[in-house]
Structures are given as C-alpha cells and as structure tokens.
Design a protein around this ligand. Structure first.
Ligand SMILES: Cc1cc2nc3c(=O)[nH]c(=O)nc-3n(C[C@H](O)[C@H](O)[C@H](O)COP(=O)(O)OP(=O)(O)OC[C@H]3O[C@@H](n4cnc5c(N)ncnc54)[C@H](O)[C@@H]3O)c2cc1C
Length: 546
C-alpha cells in the first residue's frame, strides 16, 4: 500500500479540523488534511458560523464584564453532574486565547453578535451579550479554485452575516439590494461560509491543501502509539503516517442509524448536518480501546419537513418560527407541553418525555400551530402569503377544524388555544414561563424590543396552520474521551499517544448543555486548537530526537 509521512494528520475539514490543521501548520508542521466528502467545510460551512468563545477580547474592548470565574460558574450551573471540571477550566482558559490567536495568525476576523445572550442568561455567570462571535464577510474570490470546493447548505447560504439576519437585527429591513450586488463582485460571504472560508484561507496560506474524497477508515498503531491512518482515497486505500499524531475531527455519528439507536437517550428523527458524518472517528477510536464520553447527548434542534426548491424535502430547523408571537406547539393530545421559545437544545428534553402509563413519547412528534397573522408577518421556511399554501403546511378555517384534520381531540385543542389567547392579552405564560427569559425575548419579534410581547401573541386570526415538528440534531455530542490537550484516553484513563479528537467527533465537554450562540463551534475551535498545538509539539520533539 502506498504511504506518505506527515508531521500531523487531520481527518475532517469542518471548523474543528481546519483549526487543528491551521494551528499545527503555524508551528511549522507539514499537515495532511483529509476530507471524506468531495467538498470541504462540513456542517460548519452550512452553519451560522457563530462561535461561543467567552471572555474574549472583543468583550473587553466594549467594556463587557466577563471573567474565567464567571464562565466556569455559568457552566457549572448547567452541568447536572455531566461536565468534567478540568475540561471546563481548560475551555475557560483557552477560549479567549483561541479568539485572539486566530485573529493574529490567520485571516479570521471576529465581531460580537450584538444583542444575543447566552442560552441560559439568568443562570449564575450567564451573560446577555458578548460571548458569541461571528466572522465578518469574507470574499471567496480570495480562495481561487477553492471557492467552489466549499459545501453550501440549503438553510443558510451565507449571503449575509448572522448579525444581519433576523437574529442579529443589524439590518432590520434586510440588506439593501445594492449592497448584495456589491458583495457578489468578490463573492463575499457571511455566517458559516465566512468562518470556513477564513480558516481554509489560513490553511492554504500555510501550505495545507485538503485532500477530498479521502475517508479515514482505520488507525495504525506502532510501538504503543497511533502512528497513522489508512485512508480510502479516490485511487484506492493508502497509508498516511504521522510523527506527531492523528486528529479525529470527522463530526458526529448522527447519520448512522445503528450508532444513533445504540447510544442516544431518545428520538433523533432528523439530522441537519452533512450526510458524511457517520461516526467514522467513533468506530476507529472504539476499535483501539478509547474511552467514551457524553454518548447519550446531541445538539438537539426542532425540525419541520419542508420542500425547498432545488433540494426536495429537507429537515428545516424551526427556530425563530417557534419563538415569535402567534405560534405555539402542542402534542397529539392538543396540549401545550413546554416553553416553545426555549433554546433549541434544551427543547430536546421536552420531546424526550415518556408517559410511563402509556409508555409513549407523548410530546414527539409535536405540532407547530400558527395563525394567519404570523404567516403574513414572518413567513415560514420561505413561504409567505399571498403565495398559495404549500402541500407541507396544513390549513383550516377554525381551530376545531384544524384539530379534526390533525386527528386530535378538538375540545382539548380549543381549550388550549383559548387559554393561551387569554393569557396572551396580558403577555404572560403562567404554564411554561415563555417570554420570562431574556433569551426568549431576544429570539422574538424585534419590533417589540425585549418585552414578553416579542414572543407572546394570540392565535386569533384565521385561517390556522399546522406542521409536524420532529426532534432533530445539529450533530451528536458523544465520542472519545479526551484530556485537556484533546488527547484521547483509553478505557483505563491512560493517554493513547498520537491520537486526538476535536469538534463533534470528540466526547463533548458540555454534557447536556448548549452555552450560547456558537455553543458547538466554540468548543470545536478550542479543542481543535489544543489538538493541533500539542500534536505539533510532539512532532517537533520527534524530529529533534531523530
Ligand atoms: C444550519 C445550521 C446552522 C448552525 N449554526 C451554528 C452556529 O451558528 N454556531 C454553532 O456553534 N453551531 C452551529 N451549527 C452546528 C455546527 O455547524 C456543528 O456542530 C459543527 O459544524 C460541527 O463541526 P465539526 O468540525 O465537528 O464537524 P463538521 O463541520 O460537520 O465537519 C466534519 C467533517 O468531517 C468529514 N468526515 C467525516 N468522516 C470522515 C472520515 N472518515 N475521514 C475524513 N473526513 C471525514 C465530514 O465529511 C465533514 O466534512 C449549525 C448547524 C446547522 C446545520
């Protein structure tokens, strides 16, 4: 089998893998960067590109109060015993360094996603603003032939930054057409496209050229350490050897039905990540005795199935659509069951509730209900009246008829909506506390500022609409357990020399939590950085000894 030796090998070209490759290359290492798909960027390129890097220097510059201690206090308050203190401390220590290092050593350029809070801002140490960063627009013209080799998603195409989306509110009336036309000249992209574009440019500038269509399949071990990996490439299998180590950054296992069934704590009906995330790293690491962490968890997100022109029926993340006023969620009994405006990851817990008498997931799948006022004001997944109601949306002239169409008890649904409407007059939700958290209001209708009305409004304008809501995931969280340098540990707690993990391929440090906007990419960048730095140091030491 043909073979090549690198200093450091990285598998996967999402944000975690690119950061690991960039960090190792900046230390002067020759990096082999391999990607299973034909295009690079992974789910990171489809994402909002927001990174939760608390206590960063942009906060300091704007005078926001933050500190290592507050970050740790906040995460501790969300741990439920699932987070490991040394890893949380490593994260709090390294996140500010990573934000600064990337800006000082690569084309990465961050700014704060203004007005957006942590996902549990009322918890001790929680913040209303500052910890979530996103990249400024990046001209893909600078990527040359690589511009067309970055994958683009269906939900976020990267024409604008998240600050300019309905979330960030920097452009309340939308980005003007003239500005969009100007951006097209050099193909300037925001969100995940900007993050991946900037990291990729940093890698290319340092001589790291990703090799696509190359799937890591089996780790090579020699002398008690991981010495390389077998790659299935376009011309057949070959061996890639590494002096410093192999970094697993291949995303989660959400697209492997068997792994999902084996490990996750409840239903995951729709994965919204790239389809190549099938748990390859997990299988490779398990095969050589790696310990595992956080296997039951995923970055949960509610989804609806919609028909997107050019893409067919896709799982659409339903976020601001369920947090804006004039919409609620109910279960098949016609009952509300949660705070619909809660953060999407926390919502996963509500979908996973089991009624022990019926022995059924009583809230899953659920229904999203909207009235006509909602649809005309905000639209849903690209649809807005007066366009004819699409096939994927159920419509009825009254709540009773809607219940009949959905096959649920009509009296129960009428009672639910009447109670919601009565409380909505006073903009309160005594049942599930919707609108009480700063988070809920920040995701609501900006026209109402940070008031409960931003998320609470009656369903009183016919016709009424419904669509199935299913528990999905941005990716799974489970994977090999690591130490604070992202080194994989074996089942006895010993370091497996030469093996690292980062991003969703790594057993997450976050337990069941999502810290704030960018809560998955933030840890991905931090542990990618730690992995790249450590593997580079090992390779340098090995070169010196040779
Ligand atoms: C629409 C959308 C918006 C989102 N917005 C945000 C956000 O703003 N902030 C945030 O924090 N998170 C967000 N997320 C989630 C976030 O995108 C992911 O959690 C994150 O990208 C995972 O990064 P990663 O580097 O671990 O994996 P990925 O970016 O998925 O990259 C993994 C790569 O590894 C490759 N691979 C798989 N197996 C192999 C193998 N055997 N060998 C070689 N390569 C392999 C895959 O093809 C893929 O390219 C969003 C997700 C979506 C879908």
């Amino acid at each position: 089998m043909p073979a090549h030796t690198y200093d450091v090998i990285v598998l996967g070209t999402g944000a975690a893998g690119l950061t690991a490759a960039l960090r190792a290359a900046a230390a002067g290492m020759e990096v082999g960067l391999f990607e299973k798909a034909e295009k690079v960027g992974g789910t990171s390129a489809w994402s909002g590109g927001t990174v939760w890097l608390p206590n960063n220097r942009h906060e300091t510059a704007l005078g926001f109060d933050d500190s290592r201690e507050q970050v740790i206090t906040y995460l501790d308050s969300l741990s439920h015993g699932l987070m490991e203190r040394p890893l949380i401390e490593a994260y709090a220590d390294t996140a500010p360094e990573v934000a600064a290092w990337l800006e000082d050593n690569s084309p990465v350029e961050f700014e704060i996603l203004r007005g957006m809070s942590d996902y549990h801002p009322e918890h001790p140490g929680g913040k209303r603003e500052g910890r979530s960063l996103e990249c400024t627009l990046f001209p893909y013209a600078e990527l040359g032939e690589w511009a067309d080799r970055v994958t683009v998603g269906w939900q976020l195409t990267g024409q604008i930054t998240m600050s300019e989306s309905s979330l960030g509110r920097k452009a309340p009336d939308g980005v003007p057409a003239a500005e969009l036309a100007r951006r097209r000249i050099r193909d300037e992209r925001g969100a995940g496209q900007a993050l991946v574009g900037r990291l990729l440019k940093g890698c290319l500038d340092r001589g790291v050229h990703p090799q696509t269509g190359c799937r890591g399949v089996r780790l090579l071990c020699e002398g008690g350490r991981v010495s390389g990996v077998v790659i299935d490439g376009p011309d057949g299998p070959f061996e890639a050897h590494a002096l410093g180590g192999v970094v697993l950054a291949t995303g989660g296992f959400e697209h492997d039905a068997e792994l999902v069934r084996t490990f996750l704590r409840g239903p995951l009906d729709r994965a919204v990540s790239v389809p190549t995330n099938t748990g390859d790293a997990l299988r490779m690491a398990m095969r050589i005795g790696a310990d595992l962490r956080d296997m039951r968890e995923a970055w949960w997100v509610a989804t609806i199935d919609v028909d997107v022109p050019g893409h067919g029926v896709v799982p659409w993340q339903v976020n601001s659509e369920r947090t804006r006023p004039h919409s609620i969620m109910v279960n098949d009994d016609g009952l509300r069951f949660t705070n619909e405006a809660a953060n999407y990851n926390a919502l996963g817990n509500a979908f996973h509730v089991v009624d022990v008498f019926r022995f059924a997931y009583v809230n899953h799948p659920a229904w999203l209900l909207l009235d006509h006022h909602f649809l005309t004001s905000y639209g849903l997944a690209g649809h807005r009246p007066p366009a004819p109601t699409p096939d994927w949306l159920i419509e009825a002239p009254t709540i009773r008829e809607l219940a009949e169409r959905l096959g649920m008890p009509a009296d129960a649904l009428e009672t639910t909506v009447q109670r919601w409407d009565r409380n909505a007059v006073e903009a309160r939700d005594p049942d599930f506390h919707r609108g009480e958290s700063h988070h809920d209001r920040a995701w609501g209708d900006p026209a109402f500022g940070h008031t409960p009305q931003a998320t609470i409004g009656p369903l009183d304008t016919p016709p009424f609409y419904a669509i199935r809501v299913r528990c999905g995931a941005l990716g799974t969280k489970g994977g090999p357990r690591t130490d604070t340098d992202a080194r994989v540990l074996d089942v006895d707690g010993a370091v497996i020399d030469g093996l690292y993990a980062a991003g969703n391929a790594m057993g997450s440090i976050m337990g069941m939590t999502y810290g704030g906007h960018g809560g998955t990419l933030g840890p991905g960048l931090v542990f990618g950085y730690l992995a790249g730095r450590h593997a580079a140091a090992v390779a340098a030491a090995s070169r010196t000894m040779a």
